[in-house]
Design a protein around this ligand. Sequence first.
Ligand code: FE
Length: 337
Amino acid sequence: MIPRLARAAIISLSALTCTAQASEEVNVYSYRQPFLVEPIFKAFTDETGIEVNVVFAKKGLIERLKLEDRNSPADLMLTTDIGSLNDLVEGDLVQAAASDVLEANIPSAYRDPDDRWFGLTVRARIAVVSKERVADGALKRYEDLADPKWQGRLCSRSGKHVYNVALVSSLIAADGEAVTRAWLDGVKANLARKPQGNDRGQVKAISEGACDVALINNYYMGNMLADPEQAAWAESVSIVFPNQGDRGTHVNLSGVALTKHAPNRENAIRLMEFLSDDQAQAIYAKVNYEYPVKPGVAWSPLLQSWGTFKTDPVPLSEIAALRVDAIKLVDESGFDD
Ligand code: FE
């Protein structure tokens, strides 16, 4: 039996621990949008008592982290593609976060071999084709987009957008630089209009008859179908997973990295682990129609309806390493001019 006095001491000690826990925090700089990550952070705080403070922005967060240097409050960076994860590594702005949980949850192709970044969701760069004007099976590979049969029928966002740069990197990895250079020229020659707008804008253009084919990230199909003003755009197209007969469809990652001077390092690693685990992975899948990195987490019904597909197995670290070459080729092709 515990003497009364000692028991009182234990109670007050646990009360103290609770107070200490309530003031625990972790600070996140996020390129991911509030609608997506806020439900995940709330679940994390409910489970751990650790508050999550977030700065949301569409750009400039890496520059900000760099300027703030060791005075930065940021513990974690959340990004929407492999390129920015690579920028963080190249800028010496992150540190390794070795963790058994992260290693168990995230397949090795989707994390840095040196633990400096971790993928959290997989996004496939799929093709969308007009249901009315493109026959089933007419487009099978990214490489086909350079075929003159598509002349005047392609729409694209900027060739220098990170999603397209990663795709071009994957083509360099698969086909080499010379073939990719010729591919860019061929695709440019097939464009119906100067590159413009975002991924959804290309689908809108197809629905309006401005072009017949475009490349988009898979989750935009889900986002558009869920939006009464955009559903008709999405319904005007069929989706194609390119290169199913050979290397597979190119995928990119959203991910997370631990900042070099993270003031709340332990809490940050706990949040990283939480982001890679079942509950958060299920929210990513449900709220934004992305593919969970963690095997076994259920896909959204829409993605399930598309079925499984083969993904290009080239490691994302290799895609990141080819980025400078990819940007150079896109520039030289005058793709956006
Ligand atoms: Fe996006």
